[in-house]
Ligand binder design. Structure first.
Ligand code: SF4
Ligand code: SF4
Ligand code: SF4
Length: 380
Protein backbone atom coordinates (compact mmCIF):
# COMPACT_ATOMS: atom_id res chain seq x y z
CA UNK A 1 0.00 0.00 0.00
CA UNK A 2 0.95 3.63 -0.44
CA UNK A 3 2.54 5.20 2.62
CA UNK A 4 -0.41 5.28 4.97
CA UNK A 5 1.06 7.40 7.75
CA UNK A 6 -1.22 10.42 7.81
CA UNK A 7 0.59 13.74 7.35
CA UNK A 8 0.54 16.27 10.15
CA UNK A 9 -2.71 18.26 10.21
CA UNK A 10 -0.82 21.56 9.76
CA UNK A 11 0.80 20.32 6.58
CA UNK A 12 -2.54 19.08 5.27
CA UNK A 13 -4.16 22.45 6.02
CA UNK A 14 -1.35 24.32 4.25
CA UNK A 15 -1.92 22.21 1.12
CA UNK A 16 -5.65 22.69 1.53
CA UNK A 17 -5.84 26.51 1.74
CA UNK A 18 -5.48 27.12 -2.05
CA UNK A 19 -8.37 24.67 -2.52
CA UNK A 20 -10.56 26.68 -0.17
CA UNK A 21 -9.78 29.83 -2.15
CA UNK A 22 -10.50 28.11 -5.48
CA UNK A 23 -13.80 26.74 -4.17
CA UNK A 24 -14.85 30.13 -2.79
CA UNK A 25 -14.06 31.69 -6.18
CA UNK A 26 -16.26 29.07 -7.88
CA UNK A 27 -19.01 29.57 -5.29
CA UNK A 28 -18.98 33.35 -5.80
CA UNK A 29 -20.13 32.80 -9.39
CA UNK A 30 -23.37 31.27 -8.08
CA UNK A 31 -24.16 33.60 -5.18
CA UNK A 32 -27.49 35.35 -5.63
CA UNK A 33 -28.95 38.38 -3.81
CA UNK A 34 -32.46 37.00 -4.15
CA UNK A 35 -32.29 33.21 -4.36
CA UNK A 36 -31.82 31.88 -0.82
CA UNK A 37 -32.31 28.26 -1.86
CA UNK A 38 -29.49 28.54 -4.40
CA UNK A 39 -27.19 30.06 -1.80
CA UNK A 40 -27.95 27.24 0.65
CA UNK A 41 -27.35 24.65 -2.08
CA UNK A 42 -24.05 26.30 -3.04
CA UNK A 43 -22.85 26.45 0.57
CA UNK A 44 -23.63 22.76 1.23
CA UNK A 45 -21.99 21.76 -2.07
CA UNK A 46 -18.79 23.66 -1.28
CA UNK A 47 -18.60 22.19 2.22
CA UNK A 48 -19.14 18.66 0.84
CA UNK A 49 -16.53 19.00 -1.90
CA UNK A 50 -13.95 20.63 0.37
CA UNK A 51 -14.46 17.95 3.02
CA UNK A 52 -13.75 15.23 0.47
CA UNK A 53 -10.68 17.05 -0.86
CA UNK A 54 -9.37 17.59 2.66
CA UNK A 55 -9.76 13.85 3.30
CA UNK A 56 -7.98 13.12 0.01
CA UNK A 57 -5.04 15.20 1.19
CA UNK A 58 -4.98 14.23 4.85
CA UNK A 59 -5.79 10.52 4.60
CA UNK A 60 -3.68 10.05 1.46
CA UNK A 61 -6.51 8.05 -0.06
CA UNK A 62 -7.12 9.76 -3.37
CA UNK A 63 -9.43 7.26 -5.04
CA UNK A 64 -11.75 6.55 -2.09
CA UNK A 65 -12.95 10.13 -1.68
CA UNK A 66 -12.63 10.98 -5.38
CA UNK A 67 -14.95 8.11 -6.13
CA UNK A 68 -17.51 9.33 -3.59
CA UNK A 69 -17.50 12.73 -5.28
CA UNK A 70 -17.63 11.28 -8.78
CA UNK A 71 -20.59 9.02 -7.99
CA UNK A 72 -22.41 11.88 -6.19
CA UNK A 73 -22.06 14.03 -9.30
CA UNK A 74 -23.55 11.35 -11.57
CA UNK A 75 -26.44 10.55 -9.23
CA UNK A 76 -27.22 14.25 -8.70
CA UNK A 77 -27.06 15.23 -12.37
CA UNK A 78 -30.40 13.82 -13.66
CA UNK A 79 -32.58 15.52 -11.02
CA UNK A 80 -31.13 18.99 -11.57
CA UNK A 81 -30.95 18.57 -15.34
CA UNK A 82 -34.41 17.16 -16.00
CA UNK A 83 -36.13 19.66 -13.68
CA UNK A 84 -34.33 22.58 -15.32
CA UNK A 85 -35.43 21.30 -18.72
CA UNK A 86 -38.98 20.78 -17.41
CA UNK A 87 -39.00 24.39 -16.19
CA UNK A 88 -38.17 25.57 -19.71
CA UNK A 89 -40.33 23.23 -21.79
CA UNK A 90 -43.05 22.00 -19.48
CA UNK A 91 -42.15 18.41 -20.43
CA UNK A 92 -40.13 15.84 -18.50
CA UNK A 93 -37.22 14.23 -20.38
CA UNK A 94 -39.05 14.01 -23.72
CA UNK A 95 -37.55 15.93 -26.62
CA UNK A 96 -40.12 16.53 -29.35
CA UNK A 97 -39.52 17.01 -33.08
CA UNK A 98 -40.70 20.60 -32.63
CA UNK A 99 -38.01 21.13 -29.96
CA UNK A 100 -35.42 19.86 -32.39
CA UNK A 101 -36.61 22.12 -35.20
CA UNK A 102 -36.06 25.20 -33.07
CA UNK A 103 -32.83 23.83 -31.51
CA UNK A 104 -34.52 23.74 -28.10
CA UNK A 105 -32.26 20.95 -26.85
CA UNK A 106 -29.33 20.48 -24.51
CA UNK A 107 -25.92 19.19 -25.50
CA UNK A 108 -23.14 17.52 -23.56
CA UNK A 109 -19.42 17.20 -24.09
CA UNK A 110 -19.67 13.72 -25.65
CA UNK A 111 -21.52 15.08 -28.70
CA UNK A 112 -18.83 17.68 -29.32
CA UNK A 113 -16.52 15.11 -30.92
CA UNK A 114 -18.90 14.73 -33.88
CA UNK A 115 -18.90 18.41 -34.67
CA UNK A 116 -15.15 19.00 -34.86
CA UNK A 117 -14.80 17.88 -38.50
CA UNK A 118 -17.79 19.88 -39.83
CA UNK A 119 -16.56 22.93 -37.94
CA UNK A 120 -13.04 22.64 -39.34
CA UNK A 121 -13.97 21.58 -42.90
CA UNK A 122 -17.21 23.48 -43.53
CA UNK A 123 -17.30 26.04 -40.75
CA UNK A 124 -20.70 24.59 -39.88
CA UNK A 125 -22.08 22.53 -36.99
CA UNK A 126 -25.32 20.60 -36.51
CA UNK A 127 -28.01 19.87 -33.97
CA UNK A 128 -28.09 20.24 -31.05
CA UNK A 129 -25.00 22.44 -30.91
CA UNK A 130 -24.23 25.92 -32.18
CA UNK A 131 -20.79 26.92 -33.43
CA UNK A 132 -20.17 29.11 -30.37
CA UNK A 133 -20.98 26.18 -28.06
CA UNK A 134 -18.57 23.90 -29.92
CA UNK A 135 -15.73 26.42 -29.81
CA UNK A 136 -16.26 27.28 -26.13
CA UNK A 137 -16.59 23.64 -25.06
CA UNK A 138 -13.55 22.66 -27.11
CA UNK A 139 -11.53 25.41 -25.44
CA UNK A 140 -12.60 24.14 -22.00
CA UNK A 141 -11.90 20.47 -22.71
CA UNK A 142 -8.59 21.18 -24.44
CA UNK A 143 -7.58 23.38 -21.49
CA UNK A 144 -8.43 20.61 -19.03
CA UNK A 145 -6.78 18.01 -21.25
CA UNK A 146 -3.58 20.07 -21.21
CA UNK A 147 -3.79 20.26 -17.41
CA UNK A 148 -4.72 16.69 -16.40
CA UNK A 149 -4.92 14.58 -19.57
CA UNK A 150 -7.85 12.17 -19.43
CA UNK A 151 -8.33 13.07 -15.77
CA UNK A 152 -11.65 14.56 -16.93
CA UNK A 153 -13.00 11.01 -16.82
CA UNK A 154 -12.24 10.56 -13.12
CA UNK A 155 -12.74 14.06 -11.77
CA UNK A 156 -15.11 16.08 -13.93
CA UNK A 157 -17.53 14.11 -16.08
CA UNK A 158 -21.13 13.98 -14.87
CA UNK A 159 -21.81 10.59 -16.56
CA UNK A 160 -18.94 8.26 -15.62
CA UNK A 161 -19.98 8.00 -11.95
CA UNK A 162 -22.96 5.83 -12.91
CA UNK A 163 -20.84 2.91 -14.02
CA UNK A 164 -18.24 3.63 -11.34
CA UNK A 165 -21.01 3.20 -8.76
CA UNK A 166 -22.32 -0.02 -10.29
CA UNK A 167 -18.78 -1.38 -10.64
CA UNK A 168 -18.39 -1.19 -6.87
CA UNK A 169 -21.50 -3.18 -5.97
CA UNK A 170 -19.87 -6.63 -5.96
CA UNK A 171 -16.74 -7.42 -3.98
CA UNK A 172 -15.32 -9.67 -6.68
CA UNK A 173 -15.67 -9.64 -10.44
CA UNK A 174 -17.66 -12.44 -12.07
CA UNK A 175 -16.06 -11.84 -15.48
CA UNK A 176 -12.34 -11.61 -14.83
CA UNK A 177 -10.75 -12.02 -18.22
CA UNK A 178 -11.30 -9.15 -20.66
CA UNK A 179 -9.16 -8.98 -23.80
CA UNK A 180 -7.05 -5.83 -23.22
CA UNK A 181 -7.21 -4.94 -26.92
CA UNK A 182 -10.92 -4.09 -26.46
CA UNK A 183 -9.78 -0.82 -24.88
CA UNK A 184 -9.14 0.45 -28.43
CA UNK A 185 -12.87 0.25 -29.26
CA UNK A 186 -13.66 3.87 -28.20
CA UNK A 187 -11.04 5.13 -30.65
CA UNK A 188 -12.85 3.26 -33.42
CA UNK A 189 -16.18 4.69 -32.19
CA UNK A 190 -14.65 8.18 -32.15
CA UNK A 191 -13.37 7.83 -35.71
CA UNK A 192 -16.47 6.17 -37.16
CA UNK A 193 -19.01 8.48 -35.48
CA UNK A 194 -16.99 11.57 -36.39
CA UNK A 195 -16.77 10.51 -40.06
CA UNK A 196 -20.38 9.31 -40.33
CA UNK A 197 -21.68 12.42 -38.57
CA UNK A 198 -19.67 14.68 -40.86
CA UNK A 199 -20.86 12.76 -43.94
CA UNK A 200 -24.53 12.68 -42.95
CA UNK A 201 -24.36 16.04 -41.21
CA UNK A 202 -26.18 14.76 -38.15
CA UNK A 203 -25.33 13.86 -34.54
CA UNK A 204 -24.92 10.15 -35.25
CA UNK A 205 -23.60 9.20 -31.80
CA UNK A 206 -26.24 11.24 -29.94
CA UNK A 207 -29.14 9.78 -31.91
CA UNK A 208 -27.98 6.18 -32.14
CA UNK A 209 -25.56 5.27 -29.40
CA UNK A 210 -25.55 7.53 -26.34
CA UNK A 211 -26.67 5.43 -23.34
CA UNK A 212 -27.06 8.48 -21.11
CA UNK A 213 -30.27 9.55 -22.80
CA UNK A 214 -31.76 7.10 -20.29
CA UNK A 215 -31.04 9.54 -17.46
CA UNK A 216 -31.35 12.89 -19.23
CA UNK A 217 -33.62 13.46 -22.26
CA UNK A 218 -34.61 11.41 -25.29
CA UNK A 219 -36.47 11.90 -28.54
CA UNK A 220 -40.19 11.15 -28.40
CA UNK A 221 -41.10 7.90 -30.13
CA UNK A 222 -43.10 8.82 -33.21
CA UNK A 223 -41.38 6.69 -35.84
CA UNK A 224 -39.96 3.18 -36.09
CA UNK A 225 -36.47 4.58 -36.46
CA UNK A 226 -36.78 6.41 -33.14
CA UNK A 227 -38.19 3.23 -31.61
CA UNK A 228 -35.05 1.33 -32.69
CA UNK A 229 -32.82 4.14 -31.40
CA UNK A 230 -34.64 4.04 -28.06
CA UNK A 231 -34.24 0.28 -27.70
CA UNK A 232 -30.56 0.64 -28.58
CA UNK A 233 -29.73 3.34 -26.03
CA UNK A 234 -31.69 1.59 -23.30
CA UNK A 235 -29.87 -1.68 -24.07
CA UNK A 236 -26.50 0.12 -24.02
CA UNK A 237 -27.33 1.72 -20.68
CA UNK A 238 -28.47 -1.57 -19.20
CA UNK A 239 -25.52 -3.51 -20.62
CA UNK A 240 -22.56 -1.14 -20.44
CA UNK A 241 -23.53 1.13 -17.53
CA UNK A 242 -25.26 -1.32 -15.18
CA UNK A 243 -24.82 -5.05 -15.85
CA UNK A 244 -21.26 -5.29 -17.18
CA UNK A 245 -19.79 -2.89 -14.59
CA UNK A 246 -21.36 -5.08 -11.87
CA UNK A 247 -20.00 -8.29 -13.44
CA UNK A 248 -16.54 -7.01 -14.39
CA UNK A 249 -15.93 -4.27 -11.79
CA UNK A 250 -14.80 -2.12 -14.75
CA UNK A 251 -16.24 1.07 -16.20
CA UNK A 252 -17.30 -0.71 -19.35
CA UNK A 253 -19.05 2.15 -21.15
CA UNK A 254 -16.03 4.43 -20.61
CA UNK A 255 -13.63 1.63 -21.58
CA UNK A 256 -15.38 0.23 -24.64
CA UNK A 257 -17.67 2.91 -26.09
CA UNK A 258 -17.36 6.58 -25.17
CA UNK A 259 -15.80 8.63 -28.00
CA UNK A 260 -15.16 11.57 -25.70
CA UNK A 261 -13.01 9.45 -23.40
CA UNK A 262 -11.01 8.44 -26.48
CA UNK A 263 -10.70 12.10 -27.47
CA UNK A 264 -9.38 13.05 -24.01
CA UNK A 265 -6.88 10.17 -24.20
CA UNK A 266 -5.17 12.11 -26.99
CA UNK A 267 -3.87 14.44 -24.24
CA UNK A 268 -2.24 11.56 -22.38
CA UNK A 269 1.28 12.70 -23.23
CA UNK A 270 0.69 16.42 -23.62
CA UNK A 271 0.00 17.36 -20.02
CA UNK A 272 2.39 17.60 -17.08
CA UNK A 273 1.06 14.63 -15.09
CA UNK A 274 1.32 10.89 -15.49
CA UNK A 275 1.18 7.74 -13.39
CA UNK A 276 4.50 5.92 -12.98
CA UNK A 277 5.42 2.56 -11.51
CA UNK A 278 8.73 2.14 -9.66
CA UNK A 279 10.34 -1.12 -10.88
CA UNK A 280 12.51 -1.22 -7.77
CA UNK A 281 9.43 -1.49 -5.56
CA UNK A 282 7.10 -3.51 -7.82
CA UNK A 283 6.72 -7.20 -6.89
CA UNK A 284 4.79 -8.02 -10.09
CA UNK A 285 1.67 -9.15 -8.21
CA UNK A 286 -0.42 -7.63 -11.06
CA UNK A 287 -2.96 -6.28 -8.59
CA UNK A 288 -2.89 -2.92 -10.42
CA UNK A 289 -3.75 -4.65 -13.70
CA UNK A 290 -6.76 -6.31 -12.10
CA UNK A 291 -7.97 -3.26 -10.19
CA UNK A 292 -7.72 -0.58 -12.93
CA UNK A 293 -11.28 0.36 -13.94
CA UNK A 294 -10.38 1.17 -17.57
CA UNK A 295 -7.72 -1.48 -18.42
CA UNK A 296 -4.98 1.17 -18.42
CA UNK A 297 -2.23 -1.09 -17.06
CA UNK A 298 -1.09 -4.14 -19.03
CA UNK A 299 1.83 -6.53 -18.43
CA UNK A 300 3.73 -4.59 -21.10
CA UNK A 301 3.18 -1.14 -19.57
CA UNK A 302 3.93 -2.59 -16.13
CA UNK A 303 7.35 -3.63 -17.43
CA UNK A 304 7.91 -0.10 -18.72
CA UNK A 305 6.63 1.47 -15.47
CA UNK A 306 3.86 3.41 -17.22
CA UNK A 307 0.17 3.22 -18.12
CA UNK A 308 -1.65 3.20 -21.45
CA UNK A 309 -3.23 6.32 -22.89
CA UNK A 310 -6.58 5.21 -21.42
CA UNK A 311 -5.42 6.15 -17.89
CA UNK A 312 -7.92 8.46 -16.22
CA UNK A 313 -5.65 9.43 -13.27
CA UNK A 314 -8.14 8.03 -10.75
CA UNK A 315 -5.35 6.81 -8.40
CA UNK A 316 -7.03 3.49 -7.61
CA UNK A 317 -3.79 1.68 -8.47
CA UNK A 318 -1.81 4.11 -6.30
CA UNK A 319 -4.09 3.64 -3.30
CA UNK A 320 -4.10 -0.15 -3.47
CA UNK A 321 -0.63 -1.17 -4.69
CA UNK A 322 0.68 -3.38 -1.85
CA UNK A 323 4.23 -2.07 -2.12
CA UNK A 324 3.56 1.64 -2.75
CA UNK A 325 5.25 1.37 -6.14
CA UNK A 326 2.84 3.63 -8.04
CA UNK A 327 2.64 7.40 -7.83
CA UNK A 328 1.68 10.57 -9.64
CA UNK A 329 4.65 11.96 -11.54
CA UNK A 330 5.35 15.32 -13.17
CA UNK A 331 7.11 15.04 -16.50
CA UNK A 332 10.59 16.53 -16.52
CA UNK A 333 11.15 15.93 -12.79
CA UNK A 334 13.12 13.14 -11.13
CA UNK A 335 11.19 9.88 -11.06
CA UNK A 336 9.82 8.72 -7.69
CA UNK A 337 11.12 11.77 -5.83
CA UNK A 338 8.64 13.70 -3.62
CA UNK A 339 5.58 11.69 -4.82
CA UNK A 340 3.36 13.30 -2.17
CA UNK A 341 4.16 16.81 -3.40
CA UNK A 342 3.40 15.72 -6.98
CA UNK A 343 0.10 14.20 -5.87
CA UNK A 344 -0.91 17.47 -4.18
CA UNK A 345 0.09 19.45 -7.27
CA UNK A 346 -2.12 17.16 -9.38
CA UNK A 347 -5.04 17.65 -7.00
CA UNK A 348 -5.33 21.40 -7.70
CA UNK A 349 -6.20 21.10 -11.42
CA UNK A 350 -8.27 18.00 -10.58
CA UNK A 351 -10.32 20.07 -8.13
CA UNK A 352 -10.61 22.77 -10.80
CA UNK A 353 -12.06 20.21 -13.24
CA UNK A 354 -14.44 18.89 -10.60
CA UNK A 355 -15.60 22.34 -9.49
CA UNK A 356 -16.35 23.74 -12.92
CA UNK A 357 -17.60 20.62 -14.77
CA UNK A 358 -19.16 18.04 -12.47
CA UNK A 359 -19.85 19.66 -9.11
CA UNK A 360 -22.50 22.09 -10.41
CA UNK A 361 -24.68 18.97 -10.82
CA UNK A 362 -24.63 18.49 -7.04
CA UNK A 363 -25.42 22.15 -6.49
CA UNK A 364 -28.34 22.01 -8.93
CA UNK A 365 -29.73 18.85 -7.32
CA UNK A 366 -29.50 20.35 -3.82
CA UNK A 367 -31.12 23.52 -5.13
CA UNK A 368 -34.16 21.55 -6.31
CA UNK A 369 -34.37 19.76 -2.98
CA UNK A 370 -34.11 23.08 -1.08
CA UNK A 371 -36.78 24.54 -3.35
CA UNK A 372 -39.06 21.58 -2.70
CA UNK A 373 -38.55 21.75 1.06
CA UNK A 374 -39.29 25.48 1.22
CA UNK A 375 -42.05 25.84 -1.41
CA UNK A 376 -43.49 22.35 -1.88
CA UNK A 377 -42.51 22.38 -5.56
CA UNK A 378 -39.33 21.37 -7.38
CA UNK A 379 -39.75 24.18 -9.92
CA UNK A 380 -40.11 27.94 -9.65
S1 SF4 B 1 -15.37 8.03 -20.94
FE1 SF4 B 1 -17.11 9.37 -21.51
S2 SF4 B 1 -18.77 8.90 -20.05
FE2 SF4 B 1 -16.84 8.02 -19.24
S3 SF4 B 1 -16.11 9.59 -17.85
FE3 SF4 B 1 -15.10 9.96 -19.83
S4 SF4 B 1 -16.40 11.43 -20.93
FE4 SF4 B 1 -17.58 10.61 -19.20
S1 SF4 C 1 2.86 -1.87 -9.25
FE1 SF4 C 1 2.10 -2.59 -7.28
S2 SF4 C 1 0.15 -3.54 -7.70
FE2 SF4 C 1 1.21 -3.32 -9.67
S3 SF4 C 1 2.25 -5.29 -9.96
FE3 SF4 C 1 3.70 -3.91 -8.95
S4 SF4 C 1 3.43 -4.27 -6.77
FE4 SF4 C 1 1.66 -5.18 -7.78
S1 SF4 D 1 -3.70 3.16 -14.25
FE1 SF4 D 1 -4.20 3.68 -12.13
S2 SF4 D 1 -4.69 5.88 -12.20
FE2 SF4 D 1 -4.75 5.10 -14.31
S3 SF4 D 1 -6.89 4.58 -14.65
FE3 SF4 D 1 -5.87 2.71 -13.97
S4 SF4 D 1 -6.17 2.67 -11.74
FE4 SF4 D 1 -6.64 4.76 -12.43
Amino acid sequence: MQNLSAPKIGRSLAAFIPMILLSLFAAMQAVSQTDMQMNIATAITVIYVLTLFFLIIHKKKTDTYRSMLFISIAVAFPLGFTLRVFEGRGRFMVLTFEDMLIQNAEFCHIGITQNILPLVLRNEVFFPIEAGDVIFTLMVVIGLGLMIGRGWCAWGCFWGGWEEGFSQIRKKAVIKKIPPKLRFLPFAVLLVTALVSARLFTSFYCFWLCPFKTVSEFVEIRTNVVMIQTILFLALFLGLVIVLPILTKKRTQCTFLCPFGAFMSLFHKINPFEIRIDPAKCNHCQHCIRICPVLAITPETLEKGTTTISCIRCARCIDTCPTGAISYHIRGTKLFVKPELKRILFLYPALFAALFIGVPAIQQCLYRIALFLSTGSFIR
